[in-house]
Design a protein around this ligand. Structure first.
Ligand SMILES: Nc1nc2c(c(=O)[nH]1)N(C=O)[C@@H](CNc1ccc(C(=O)N[C@@H](CCC(=O)O)C(=O)O)cc1)CN2
Ligand SMILES: Nc1nc2c(ncn2[C@@H]2O[C@H](COP(=O)(O)OP(=O)(O)OP(=O)(O)O)[C@@H](O)[C@H]2O)c(=O)[nH]1
Ligand SMILES: [Mg+2]
Length: 450
């Protein structure tokens, strides 16, 4: 069955605003004919032509460089034409309108990359990496997105999916020989393969979680009892009076989010309502939100009063129990003659004063290190990933655990189904399996022209 022919799309591919050069890009079967009319001559594939772009009456809109990439050797896999004009928004709009007069349609956000995906030029994780590369906040994130774009993440997903498929085939075959015990069908070997697969999946999950943090930046949530100085600390780190600070316990009720950069490294800080027993309905809702936010945190910054660390510790201990890493800040160190000994176990403690600024340099260094993934083996070979990918890997892992149990009880048909579900989760990462709406959801968050 052949796909219906796609229409020809057009968009300004360069960023909005004035620039040295601006690019109008076309993709689709009509691209080269439209360019021929605009440029007044046929374009040779893969040659740079200096031409004049003309309107309907033959008047010159601009002169520029025209490039023709004949499909499938193009970004989208379709015929692509680039009109590289002077980077004037007005000129680019006129070129765009002229392309529409000649039969093109304005592209939706991400539609060029969507076509590259549909034409098999990129898989879905790679297409997402294009958007992540464009949006990367720093060089490290850009390099990691570049690796995902080169397929480093996809290859690892595919390798696990292939092995999972081989195990599925084995199990499905065993179902057809239901009289034989699984052992005589290679059951022991199957168990070993299974364990190796589970290990590989767990390693990939850890890498994807680091990749998610690289893409989104560190998500740090400030928690502590009321009046400990959480909002003062947010203000000190943000370098502005972002949050209301008073000496009334229970001042902050809503979540307050602020993105900060330390030496070019981005992280998100969230200030929360102080945790304590009781409080009015508004304060209790604030505390509920604080706890919910903690469940999404990479880091809890636990702010407690340096004069009574035991009480502070007790107030937040249960709320931070599930958070991957915790940094304890003993605040108001300016009010302290000498710090009382306190041992929070394996977590780190820093003594600071949001009021005088004491200890904030050390805090900056530590936060930058954490945001960069210091102490993790992330550096070389790291790739970006998205929450969508991490969630799919987690679901795949859960299906594998189910399958393992079913296999141990020799309930082969259920095991086969669990394996299929796990396989589909992996396929959804690279787009080989496409649940309804997945593509629309993903590509609509791209920029226009990409
Ligand atoms: N001017 C311009 N610069 C750009 C892009 C673009 O579309 N236009 N890109 C857009 O994202 C990126 C580069 N991506 C591209 C990917 C593939 C092909 C392409 O024509 N591929 C053919 C030929 C390969 C070859 O000869 O090396 C192919 O893969 O068959 C072009 C650009 C960044 N720079
Ligand atoms: N001396 C001293 N006072 C501080 C310090 N940090 C904060 N304060 C004061 O402590 C009081 C409470 O500060 P906030 O930042 O509002 O405390 P919070 O933890 O956000 O409080 P809630 O929003 O009520 O949970 C204010 O009067 C601050 O000026 C500090 O390092 N030293
Ligand atoms: Mg506050």
């Amino acid at each position: 069955m052949t796909e219906p022919a796609r229409d020809t799309i057009v968009a300004v591919a360069t960023a909005p605003g004035a620039g040295g050069v601006g690019i109008v890009r076309l993709s689709g079967a009509g691209a080269s004919a439209i360019a021929r009319t605009l440029a007044g001559r046929a374009l040779r594939p893969r040659h740079a032509h200096h031409v004049r772009f003309r309107d309907a009456r033959g008047e010159v809109l601009d002169d520029g460089i025209a490039l023709y990439f004949q499909g499938p050797a193009s970004y989208t896999g379709e015929d692509v034409v680039e009109l590289q004009a002077h980077g004037s928004p007005a000129v680019l709009q006129e070129l765009l309108l002229r392309c529409c007069e000649l039969g093109a349609r304005r592209a939706r956000p991400g539609e060029f990359s969507e076509r590259a995906f549909l034409e098999g030029r990129l898989d879905l994780a790679q297409a997402e990496a294009v958007a992540d590369l464009i949006a990367a906040a720093d060089a490290r994130a850009a390099r990691a997105a570049r690796r995902a774009l080169d397929g480093e993440f996809s290859r690892r997903v595919d390798a696990i999916a292939d092995e999972l498929l081989a195990i599925r085939v084995h199990v499905e075959a065993a179902i057809d020989f239901a009289d034989e015990p699984l052992d005589t069908l290679g059951g022991a070997g199957l168990g070993k393969r299974f364990d190796a697969l589970a290990l590989a999946l767990a390693a990939l999950l850890r890498a994807a979680e680091r990749g998610r943090r690289l893409r989104d930046g560190l998500h740090a949530v400030i928690v502590g009892p009321p009046n400990a100085g959480k909002s003062s600390l947010l203000n000190a780190l943000a370098g502005s009076d972002r949050a209301i600070v008073t000496d009334i316990a229970g001042t902050t009720r809503d979540l307050l989010q602020e993105t900060i950069r330390i030496d070019g490294v981005e992280l998100t800080l969230v200030d929360t309502a102080g945790l304590r027993d009781g409080g009015d309905a508004i304060e209790r809702e604030g505390m509920r939100r604080a706890r919910a936010e903690l469940s999404r945190a990479d880091l809890a910054i636990a702010v407690i009063d340096a004069r009574d660390p035991e009480a502070g510790h007790a107030a937040v201990a249960d709320a931070i129990a599930g958070v991957a890493s915790v940094l304890w800040l003993h605040n108001k160190s300016d009010l302290l003659a000498s710090g009382p000994a306190f041992d929070p176990g394996t977590d780190e403690v820093l003594h600071v004063s949001a009021r005088t600024g004491a200890g904030l340099d050390a805090l900056h260094r530590r936060l930058r290190g954490l945001a960069q993934g210091e102490g993790e083996d992330a550096g070389e070979g790291a790739f970006t990933a998205r929450a969508r990918h991490v969630d799919a890997l987690l679901r795949a892992q859960a299906h594998l655990v189910e399958a393992r149990g079913q296999l141990d009880h020799e309930i082969l048909d259920l095991a086969a189904e669990s394996l299929r579900l796990g396989h589909d989760e992996l396929g959804a990462i690279t787009g080989r399996v496409r649940p309804d709406d997945l593509l629309g959801h993903i590509f609509s968050s791209f920029c226009i022209g990409k």
